[in-house]
Design a protein around this ligand. Structure first.
Ligand SMILES: C=C(O[C@H]1C=CC=C(C(=O)O)[C@@H]1O)C(=O)O
Length: 448
């Protein structure tokens, strides 16, 4: 583990030396609002650093292929409304060093409940301190608002603040015991929800709808989100790891295996993930689940609705589409999925706002056609999804990547809300979908 005390002293020393030579009048002339100082540091696994960060807001992102980890501390700006995406783009495009981290609600318009108070339409933060690890290196970026370092007095305050941000102490874990686990809706209500959806599927042009339920774990004291995250990240090696702590009590985290999209110049890649069976420790039984998945007409239909829609949307954008790993099996710790990976070249540069608007929600979490599925979800689901199943990721000038925030949880005081959804098509059954959502929520070990 990197020596954090040494790191802090070295950064402060280098900055104060550097500033002695800077012409600040000149610096204030260029149009950029921020100035970023970069320090190449010893290569560090940022998931190990996470539990040492004292300051909030705290944002963390690890890509599923392990090619990028980003840890953001503090906030210069946090955008909470989608109409601010243009401002966010303006900043990113005028300054290559900036990175925003965050998430967007599954749906802006649907009912909101208290569990999600404090989170608005979206939550994208430009951190003050950014650690970024790639296969090559770890870079620490310190971002200052230029106004905050324009005079000598301001600079010494800025260094003082920076020193506080670079203080790290190992988080002290609270041992909590789950007192009670409530399922919401109840199993009976779930059957009614599924019946309602199946009826809509059979009497309207709706092809597929994804409905969700939650489990609310009540602990004997305040839930410790960092402890829950650290415990569970070990179960999700080949998944995204994402942690969003705005600093006012609630924390949202996701261990999703599902990429929404990754954009690099004109190259885009996307996951189609739908169709589920459990895993088994017994090799033969596990293989049996796998071949069931590969041959079930219902699961293939559920999966192909997603693949078809994503391909259609890419074609509408004029993209050159390449389907890779067509209908392979993605094996996770407790479940396995049908998985298709799509790569495409867009005809021109695009941006995160356009792509979120185009691809979210895919029929892996929404349904098809979406407008009908949306009405069905609104009627059937008795709670607010909030950030569950919404897009979550990072945005920079060079690239952006969003995952679909399933296999996710929200901590709220003594409660942990766990979410699990499943795709319904003609032929789905309430009981097996209940068990499937149960298996999806197993991802979270709640005994700390
Ligand atoms: C909606 C969820 O999973 C989606 C992703 C993969 C497989 C799914 C399925 O088989 O139903 C779901 O579409 C969830 O985990 O909450």
């Amino acid at each position: 583990m990197i020596n954090l005390l040494e790191l802090k002293h070295s950064v402060i020393r280098q900055l104060s030396e550097h500033w002695k030579q800077v012409d600040f009048d000149n610096l204030s002339k260029d149009k950029k609002r921020f100035v970023t100082y970069k320090f190449k540091i010893e290569k560090t696994k940022l998931s190990n650093l996470l539990g040492h960060v004292i300051h909030r807001p705290l944002n963390y992102f690890k890509s599923k292929d392990n090619s990028k980890e980003i840890l953001g501390i503090g906030s210069h700006i946090t955008y909470t409304k989608k109409y601010d995406y243009n401002k966010l783009l303006g900043l990113i495009e005028s300054d290559n060093d900036l990175v925003f981290l965050g998430a967007q609600r599954f749906d802006s318009n649907t009912k909101r409940d208290d569990a999600w108070s404090g989170f608005d339409e979206c939550h994208f933060t430009l951190p003050k301190i950014i650690f970024e690890t790639t296969p090559e290196s770890t870079v620490l970026k310190v971002v200052f608002n230029k106004k905050s370092i324009s005079t000598e007095d301001k600079r010494s305050n800025a260094l003082f603040e920076l020193e506080a941000y670079l203080n790290f102490i190992r988080h002290e874990f609270t041992v909590t015991k789950p007192r009670e686990v409530a399922t919401y809706p109840s199993k009976d209500q779930w059957s009614n929800m599924v019946d309602y959806c199946l009826n809509t599927l059979s009497t309207t042009p709706l092809e597929k709808v994804v409905i969700a339920r939650k489990e609310i774990v009540e602990f004997d004291r305040l839930a410790d989100p960092m402890a829950i995250f650290e415990k569970n990240m070990k179960n999700a090696n080949d998944s995204y790891l994402m942690y969003l702590d705005p600093g006012d009590g609630k924390v949202f985290m996701s261990f999703t295996p599902e990429k929404l999209f990754k954009l690099n110049n004109r190259e885009i890649s996307l996951d189609c993930l739908a169709g589920t069976r459990p895993r088994s420790n017994d090799f033969e039984a596990d293989l049996k689940f796998q071949s069931e998945l590969m041959s079930s007409a219902k699961e293939l239909n559920e999966h192909r609705i997603v693949t078809r829609e994503i391909q259609e949307k890419l074609s509408n954008l004029g993209a050159d589409v390449r389907v890779e790993n067509k209908e392979s099996i993605l094996k996770l710790k407790f479940i396995q999925h049908l998985h298709t990976h799509i790569n495409a070249t867009l005809p021109e540069r695009s941006n995160f706002a356009v792509l979120l608007n185009t691809f979210h929600p895919t029929p892996a979490v929404g349904g098809r056609p979406w407008e009908m599925a949306k009405k069905c979800i609104e009627q059937a689901e008795p709670f607010d999804r909030g950030l569950y199943a919404g897009p979550m990721g990072y945005i920079s000038a060079e690239s952006c990547e969003f995952a679909v925030a399933i296999r996710s949880a929200l901590t709220e005081e003594t409660k942990l809300h766990l979410f699990g959804g499943c795709g319904l098509v003609t032929g789905s059954e309430a009981e097996s979908e209940w068990v499937e959502t149960q298996n999806k929520m197993k991802n979270f070990e709640i005994t700390l």
